[in-house]
Design a protein around this ligand. Structure first.
Ligand code: HEC
Ligand code: HEC
Length: 436
């Protein structure tokens, strides 16, 4: 122990006035960034003293490990039956979100897993920029009445890190469908990935199934953290860095997106068009909200009218947060970069056009029956949790029958602006201008 540490410890024990107590607990919440100071724990989740800043993150994954992760990502031999890789649902030609096959497009609009007729319960987000998603934490803004949850992977934050996340698809019966770590390891051993895994993690990784799963997760994390997965090459990025002009329609869309009395989108989908650093504009604050998207009647699980996907509250209960049901209906706010290449939108894939996703915000509160299958209220939230839904944020805070906050033309303008968030190499994947 150093002299200073010894003194600090003595001071903490004796309660000497004016001398710092034991060093505050810190935890790595911001991947690639500095540690965060923990002020309290809420259940199993740390509450931290400062907002996570993505511009403080730098990522230098080991290139050999990232290359191995990339090989695993595209390898179709690790599913049951074989034929499905991570890339099957996270298509590199579509900004690493799904290209849906015909049965999916005609059905649930979520990606198909390794078995025909089996589909993911949710839509697959783009994996570009996923490296910036922080670990789960609570943070309380100075003017906020209580602490709010942020971060965690998946729409319900059930995975804390990318290493942990990889287990999800590998063992989900609707996705890669491996029965167990043992059976996955048997598959791995039969491929040329085995020597590479052994080289990266030591020979034990090929004997111990849990080590193998962890190693696969670490390699995938290194790949997803590489610069390749955060290109920042959209027209909006050119606008941020070089002031390359957007079209007048797109500029009007940007203004509406920011305007707290119009779209108010920026209050959750964070951006800073005065900062040249594109990390300031990830179009999410990594927080959670309850916007009550309509029920997707085509999801196989939704044939049961009593079945609901309640999002964050299941994670909240597992993590022993107080009153977990207050989080039913909450989903993590997704980043909107490359959103225009998607074939279905929202966690449940209920919308098939970007324009519908935007229009939903404009008229959800003024004409609810239009969205909720003729019903006057949220049809994908159980009655017990409807009080959790956000009815206060503009533009979702109006009364039925009143004028929406956005006109049809303004909805088109915001949609056009969102098209500027597509990275250069995926522009061809955007639907041809459906705008009038
Ligand atoms: C059958 C389709 C499918 C396959 C295969 C698949 N995923 Fe996904 N992925 C999804 C879906 C659906 C989600 C969203 C699930 C949710 O929110 O509950 C998702 C979410 C993720 C996320 C979280 C992103 C975020 O912003 O929270 C990551 C990371 C990810 N997948 C990586 C992978 C990796 C790595 C593999 C391969 C080991 C993989 N996926 C295989 C469908 C798939
Ligand atoms: C109160 C916070 C909040 C506000 C304000 C908000 N959003 Fe969202 N947005 C969310 C959340 C949460 C989701 C995910 C909902 C889900 O999947 O159920 C989402 C999802 C989306 C999606 C779908 C993304 C995808 O990958 O499928 C789009 C598009 C979108 N928002 C655009 C907008 C626009 C445009 C505005 C302004 C008119 C806006 N949002 C305002 C929180 C917000």
């Amino acid at each position: 122990m150093t002299m200073r540490a010894a003194l600090a410890m003595a001071a903490a024990c004796l309660g000497w006035p004016g001398v710092a107590a034991a060093a505050p607990t810190t935890v790595e919440i911001n991947p690639g960034g500095p540690p965060s100071v923990v002020v309290e724990r809420i259940g199993a989740t740390p509450k931290v003293s400062a907002r996570i800043d993505p511009t403080e993150a730098t990522f230098r994954p080991d290139p050999a490990l990232a290359a191995l992760g990339k090989r695993i990502f595209f390898d179709t031999r690790l599913s049951q039956p074989q034929g499905t890789s991570c890339a099957s649902c996270h298509d590199p030609l579509r900004a690493f979100t799904s290209t849906l096959n015909a049965p999916s497009l005609a059905g649930p609009r979520t990606p198909q897993g390794s078995r025909p007729g089996r589909f993911s319960a949710r839509t697959a987000p783009s994996l570009l920029y996923v490296r910036y998603v922080p670990r789960r934490h609570f943070y309380q803004d100075d003017d906020a009445p209580f602490a709010s949850p942020f971060g965690g992977l998946f729409a319900d934050g059930r995975a804390d890190t990318l290493v942990e996340q990889a287990r999800g698809p590998l063992f989900d019966p609707d996705e890669m469908n491996n029965a167990s770590p043992q059976s996955l390891l048997r598959k791995l051993r039969g491929t040329d990935l085995a020597p590479a895994m052994s080289l990266a993690f030591g020979p034990r990784v090929l004997r111990d199934p849990d080590q193998a799963v962890k190693g696969i997760g670490q390699a995938l994390q290194a790949y997803l953290q590489s610069d390749e997965m955060a290109p920042f090459s959209s027209r909006f990025d050119d606008y941020l860095r070089k002031r390359t002009p957007l079209s007048p329609q797109e500029m009007r869309g940007l203004a509406l997106f920011k305007n707290p009395d119009k779209g108010n989108c920026m209050s959750c989908h964070t951006l800073s068009d005065t900062a040249s650093r594109p990390e300031r504009s990830l179009f999410t604050d990594f927080g959670y909200d309850a916007i009550a998207v309509p029920r997707n009647l085509s999801l196989p699980a939704n044939r049961d009218p009593r079945r609901f996907d309640n999002g964050l509250c299941r994670t909240a209960a597992q993590l022993r947060w107080p009153e977990p049901n207050q989080w039913c209906g909450y989903f993590r706010t997704p980043g909107l970069r490359n959103v225009a290449v998607r074939q279905s939108f929202m966690h449940n894939g209920v919308f098939t056009t970007l324009r519908d996703a935007v229009a939903f915000y404009a008229t959800r509160s003024t004409d609810p029956a239009k969205w909720y299958h003729g019903r006057p209220t949220f049809d994908d939230v159980p009655a017990a949790y409807r009080g959790n839904i956000n009815v206060n944020s503009t533009p979702m805070n109006r009364r039925p029958g009143t004028t929406p906050a956005l006109t049809d033309e303004e909805i088109d303008e915001i949609s056009a602006f969102l098209g500027t968030l597509t990275d250069a190499r995926y522009v061809a994947a955007m639907p041809k201008p459906a705008m009038k």
